[in-house]
Design a protein around this ligand. Structure first.
Ligand SMILES: [Zn+2]
Length: 503
């Protein structure tokens, strides 16, 4: 049993913070009492020092599927007060695995040193549980992983049998507890999916009352079409909940499209489609560096790209093409955010322009060294739009980052991994001053969307996932120069009744 006293409770709802003692019993909340709870020894009492006690934060969009197996302490998340992460996003999940996608994913996750020898969600889940992680992971089934498990990474049209097999595997994952389907329609092989494929898969999601979370086909030039596509598939399939991942307007030419995108979303909400969004509070994105490659490279998977880049002549041709197609100042907007290649991992955080006189050649060399692990950070978002998106009542924080250890064992990253959730709360507090609403965004809102009926509130019977934070100091000082700087203002994090972090 743990007793929490001398604090204000922001219970996850819009109710203003109130004074109370909280008692946990094992992994659940046993009592919320406005009277002092007596009879608990001092050794089991946490003095909150007048801070806010909230339900453990839920990171609505993460990618810790494999990272948490390698480092179950979950430093970057629990140090921000995150106790649950929604993983398996952007079409990329740790299951189902077959001979057609295992090698690809092992390459992608090579720096975590895990052998990906399971096949389905149940087996993966057992593997994760055995590590007793400090962070609770809730998984979506990723469409890219699912598609590759059945058809590989090519763009040949699917046969009826392949589509039926995808439906079967998705249904099995949802039966076993996965919460929905995620897509990454920008990436290979998800980008090859047509309407019939996606609607049929979403019908399986609808039958399980799951969520459809999507990294849109385009977040820039095709933003409005991509939002419309998403909503159309939801309507055709009957799926009731849609989460637009890291909602943004990418590229200056598209900043003016925010009004149109919000209108589409809010019209759908008005029509009782439950559309919500997540966002990290930064204007630089991060994804695989290979997304900058021109056709036909953009239809190739990492393994194939790296294979082709072994040929000197091919490397020269690609270098020349990048020189021609990208303006010189473009390379000041792109930063090397991560790489496992020995030559490049120490140079993360710098822009491509800073890494050498011939940026096109530099990029090709980075990709040739290790395509799968090379990540770029891309500037191109608008600060004013970021503020507007975060102000949307249905926007919740999503880091788009991994649970990473503080010691940097798995290399560099975007500062969002250690800071997105704390910074989101800071920015909402600065904007509105409303502690209850800031907490709601990171707790009961995602809990409702992802159907986590035991989380997101401080109420007897709910899971004892808690965070104690100082509303004056919660923030993230992490940046690209020092991405592993822990969040500030977090006093204590409790997962299932266990103290997993204390400042
Ligand atoms: Zn994404």
């Amino acid at each position: 049993m743990l007793r929490f006293t001398n604090l204000w409770v922001a219970d996850g709802t819009i109710k203003p913070p109130f004074r109370a003692d909280i008692l946990t019993d094992g992994s659940t909340i046993a009592a919320v009492s406005t009277e002092k709870i007596a009879g608990i020894p001092a050794s089991d009492t946490v003095d909150g020092g007048g801070m806010i006690l909230a339900p453990g934060f839920i990171d609505a969009h993460g990618h810790s599927d494999i990272a948490l197996l390698a480092a179950p302490e979950g430093d970057s998340k629990i140090m921000q007060g995150v106790t649950t992460e929604i993983a398996g996003n952007c079409g990329l999940s740790a299951f189902p695995l077959t001979g057609l996608n295992r090698e690809h994913l092992e390459k992608l996750y090579a720096n975590y040193g895990q052998s990906l020898d399971w096949s389905d969600y149940t087996e993966y889940r057992a593997r994760l549980r055995a590590k007793d992680p400090a962070l609770r992971l809730v998984c979506l089934c990723g469409h890219n992983t699912l598609r590759a498990a059945v058809c590989g990474y090519g763009n040949a049209p699917l046969t009826g049998g392949q589509l039926a097999e995808m439906e079967r595997l998705l249904g099995a994952a949802l039966d076993a507890g996965a919460k929905g389907l995620s897509t990454g329609l920008l990436y290979v092989p998800g980008k090859f999916a047509d309407r019939e494929e996606l609607v049929r898969l979403l019908r399986v999601v609808a039958a399980h009352r799951g969520v459809y979370a999507t990294h849109l086909r385009s977040e820039g030039n095709g933003l409005l079409e991509s939002v419309a596509e998403t909503l159309e598939y939801a309507r055709l399939s009957g799926v009731g909940k849609v989460q637009i991942s890291h909602f943004k307007t990418a590229g200056k030419a598209n900043w003016s499209k925010l009004d149109g995108a919000i209108r589409l979303i809010e019209d759908a909400r008005h029509d009782r489609l439950d559309v919500t969004v997540d966002r990290y509070p930064y204007i630089e994105s991060m994804t695989q560096l290979s997304v900058i490659l021109p056709p036909p490279w953009d239809d190739l998977d990492d393994v194939e790209i790296q294979k082709r880049l072994r040929i000197t002549e091919t490397r020269e041709q690609l270098t020349e093409e990048l020189r021609r197609s990208r303006p010189a100042d473009y390379w000041e907007q792109v930063r090397l955010a991560a790489s496992s290649a020995p030559r490049w991992c120490g140079k993360c955080g710098k822009t491509i322009a800073e890494l050498g006189d011939d940026p096109a050649r530099t990029v090709v060399e980075i990709l040739a060294a290790d395509t799968a692990s090379a990540c770029g950070a891309f500037r191109g978002m608008d600060e004013a739009n970021l503020k507007r998106i975060m102000a949307l009542d249905y926007c919740m924080p999503g880091s788009d980052g991994n649970a990473l250890p503080l010691d940097g064992a798995f290399g560099s990253t975007h500062p969002r991994a250690f800071g997105a959730i704390a910074k989101f709360i800071r920015r909402r507090l600065d904007e509105s001053g409303d502690i209850s609403d800031a907490v709601r965004r990171a707790t009961s809102l995602p809990a409702e969307v992802f159907d986590l009926s035991d989380r997101g509130r401080i109420t007897p019977g709910y899971s004892a996932d808690l965070v104690l934070f100082d509303p004056d100091n919660i923030n993230s000082p992490a940046d690209f120069a020092a991405p592993r700087t822990p969040a500030s203002g977090i006093g204590l994090t409790v997962t299932r009744g266990r103290i997993v972090f204390r400042a």
